[in-house]
Design a protein. Sequence first.
Lengths: 90, 467
Amino acid sequence: MKLDQEVVKYPVGWALVIFLVTIAAYLWVIDLFSLQRVVGVLLASELVAFAILAYIYSKKSFSKVSKTWLLAGSIVVAVLLFLALTLATQ
Amino acid sequence: MSMESKIAQWVETRLGLKAKVLRPVPEYSLNPFYWLGALTVIAFALQAFTGLLMLIYYVPTTEHAYSSTVYIIKAVPLGWLIETVHLYGAYAMIFLAFLHMFRGYFVSVQKKPREMMWVIGMLMGLIVLGFGLTGYLLPWTVVSKSATDVSIGMLSFLPAQIGPVLTFLLTGTGSNAAVLSRFFDLHIVVLPAGLLILLVFKMYMFEVHGAAEPSTGRKMSKEIPWFPNVFLYFAMIGSVFVAVVLLASALFPLSLSAEFSAQAASGYVPQPEWYFLWLYQVLKFASFEGEGMYYALGGVTIILAIFVLLPIIDRGATRNAASRPLYTTIGLILMAELVTLTVWGYFTPGQVIPDLQALVVMVEVALVIAMMSALTYRMRSKMRGLPVRELGLRIMALPFTRRKLTAMFVILLVVGSVSLSILVSLLATGSLYSVAASVNIVVLLSSFYFMARILRNLTLRQRGALL
């Protein structure tokens, strides 16, 4: 079944907002002295997620959003999260 | 009404962002190449933000400059991240300013009515380089102080009318304390103020004239309102840019070199940051040593002045690079020479470059670029009528459809590159008249000749396949 494009837009948008808030909350409690590299990578992931959000809302309808770009952005965010995790456990 | 719409309406009612704050932009300008200037401004904002944070702890005296920098890196929460972001932000700002300038040059943005925007942009570019020069000294490391001393030393080669005045403005009494103090003031007050004033002028003119139309002559497309569409686009590319700077900072942290002292500096070969390496390399040419520096600095000043005054010099109506072979080729040669000098300067710190070697490399780079440019323009004139995109795709496919020729070309390229590098090292040792040098000259010229033949075969003689 093909999903209504505009119905999909809101969950995607809210998922990104929740991600932004979660990472921001985590950054609030993290040790800003010993985990500076992690902070840098997480902030980068926040900005990429925000860029995806801005991209989605810059288009008039969700059908005009390139799914390739959306996927590429999501992969970048995932890679950054993995990188942050790796740096945090070093 | 959805939650987003309610939030958007609440914000709009309070802030009135949909009112014409900034002019709408044509749809074609929603392309990162049109936003290189805006990204440079974002880099400047990032520099201002991180700079202000560092200012809380930094002490601009010769006794405490280094120790306060070390304190920021080692004892302040997020200190080294902020310090590293400031460093990479500066690199990004300078790199983007160069890109913005060359992009503007190739699409001729300096033509009527944007002449003053170009001149102001060039002045802003010089201020950006000034930021690099003055900021580099502030950590007071042996690397930064030695390189700055070389730059200050160059001032004595300026004409008597401006040299002493500029020296006094930059160095005061000439003592270390005065130099650091002046550079600090310039870095945090004078240059930012100058840049902001010029930015206001440039933004005002941008609002009056708008973005330059595509140089290929495409007609105006529909206009996009500044809010929310352009604002969101700007937020998107700005976020990605800052994310890249942050990621680079997290992955490649700054490492501070030793503190400056006369003893430490005595054993150190001064080398500037990458954005001044091209100039540093030119000044290392044997002819430009000592008194010869007058000519080198004079030449660089003349090239800079030509660039600043380009709107007066290049007054033709054509903006399309495809119809401006001379200016496009000159721009490409300048870019190639800048990159060559920068890489060369990086690998030869402190070495004086023999004149013949310098001449061979500089002329060779210029010749290769000129030949490539001539070939491209000639090919284009033969294939007029084919859409540029289609032509580009077909040209890119050629190496795959003519694999044997491509393989031969690659082999010749490797052979030519090896003989060129051998030739350059022979020139460096002064063995130009040896048998090895003669053999390498023959190999180099032969490889050039056969590569040209293959290119000709791949392009002009394959017109049947292209058209």
